[in-house]
Design a protein around this ligand. Structure first.
Ligand code: NAX
Length: 326
């Protein structure tokens, strides 16, 4: 049976990398066909038709069909996976509240549409920024979909952290396990190596350099998005698409026994994070379900960083509550 995968913002930069990977089988492997459901706004439909022509021209054996449109109720009908990538970017002289409001309009509508028409087993991954709060808005507007089916993307931050640690220690990325991103996909996020392992050894002991952690590693990971804009002239796209794939694939097919992933999911109060916040935790996954890794010891340094990023998410949640979006 084919999997129905919706992608919003499909004509955008990330979409241009993401769709070809999905159609080539990167999410479900070489045995499972996919039906793509692509949602855009009217002004981008022409461009989207061009992307669909290119998808056709790849003659992907696993790509059963492509449906495009601007109506979320039609595009989300029966979808098993929805990757919500399209969002309203921040423009000059836009306050944070205006940004949340503009995106609120998108994610309330998409949450309601998913609630009405998605398949019973739907999973929803939000990449569009501000990702955590957009996911919270969609979740709260979809009361019939279990809250655990919503997640926001912090996998790009996770992958960036793994890569930085590998470079610092001269190890292979495949030797690194148990990296954690805590909190918001924003500059307050906390990339945490205190539980990470490099070929079975404690990463923080291998690094043995608190100054590097505080003054290089954390800011480099947290501000990587801006560094890419500075260098490339536009924001991360291929790496964001790759992380979107990694996150969805691991969610559906499971994390390896000796590893975990970072995903922003609804907090159950673990690690003292307010219940109901969409906060990035270390999670293990199996058969499309996730569990927050329990029992990690949190040192004072980590605690302060985890609380600071939680405080930002509380502020965002309070703003969208005030705006009547949740
Ligand atoms: P683009 O501006 O290239 O594409 C966004 C697309 O979304 C556009 O084609 C636009 O027409 C469409 N769109 C806008 N409103 C829509 C709606 N209501 N329904 C359907 N489509 C809609 O941005 P791109 O570079 O692809 O980035 C997409 C989003 O990902 C942005 O919000 C960006 O900030 C966010 N990112 C998130 C990352 C993460 O790690 N969570 C990292 C990369 C990226 O910055």
């Amino acid at each position: 049976m084919a999997m129905k995968v919706a992608v919003t913002g499909a004509a955008g930069q990330i979409g241009y990398s993401l769709l070809f990977r999905i159609a080539a089988g990167a999410l479900f492997g070489p045995e499972t066909c996919v039906e793509l459901r692509l949602l855009e706004i009217p002004s981008a439909i022409n461009a989207l038709e061009g992307v669909a022509m290119e998808l056709d021209d790849c003659a992907f054996p696993l790509l059963d069909s492509i449906q495009m449109g601007t109506n979320a109720d039609q595009i989300f009908d029966g979808v098993n996976l929805a990757l919500l990538v399209g969002a309203r970017p921040r423009t000059k002289d836009m306050e944070r509240k205006d940004l949340l409001d503009a995106n609120g309009a998108i994610f309330t509508a998409q949450g309601k549409a998913l609630n009405a028409v998605a398949a019973d087993d739907v999973r929803i991954g939000v990449t569009g920024n501000p990702a955590n709060t957009n996911a919270l808005i969609a979740m709260r507007n979809a009361p019939d979909i279990p809250a655990e089916r919503f997640s926001a993307l912090t996998r790009l931050d996770h992958n960036r952290a793994v890569s930085q640690l590998a470079t610092k220690t001269g190890s292979r990325v495949s030797d690194i396990r148990k990296m954690t991103i805590w909190g918001n996909h924003s500059a307050t996020q906390y990339p945490d190596i205190f539980h990470a392992e490099i070929a079975g050894r404690h990463a923080a002991e291998v690094v043995n350099d608190q100054q590097w952690i505080e003054q290089y590693f954390i800011p480099t990971v947290a501000h990587r998005g801006s560094a890419i804009i500075e260098a490339r002239g536009s924001s991360s796209a291929a790496s964001a698409a790759s992380a979107t794939i990694d996150a969805a694939r691991d969610w559906l097919s499971g994390t390896p026994d000796d590893d975990w992933a970072s995903m922003a999911v609804v907090s159950d109060g673990s690690y003292g994070i307010a219940e109901g916040l969409m906060y990035s935790f270390p999670v293990t996954t199996k058969h499309g379900n996730w569990e927050i890794v329990q029992g990690l010891e949190i040192n004072d340094f980590s605690r302060a960083k985890m609380d600071a990023t939680a405080a930002e998410l509380v502020q965002e949640r309070d703003m969208v509550t005030e705006l009547g979006l949740i």
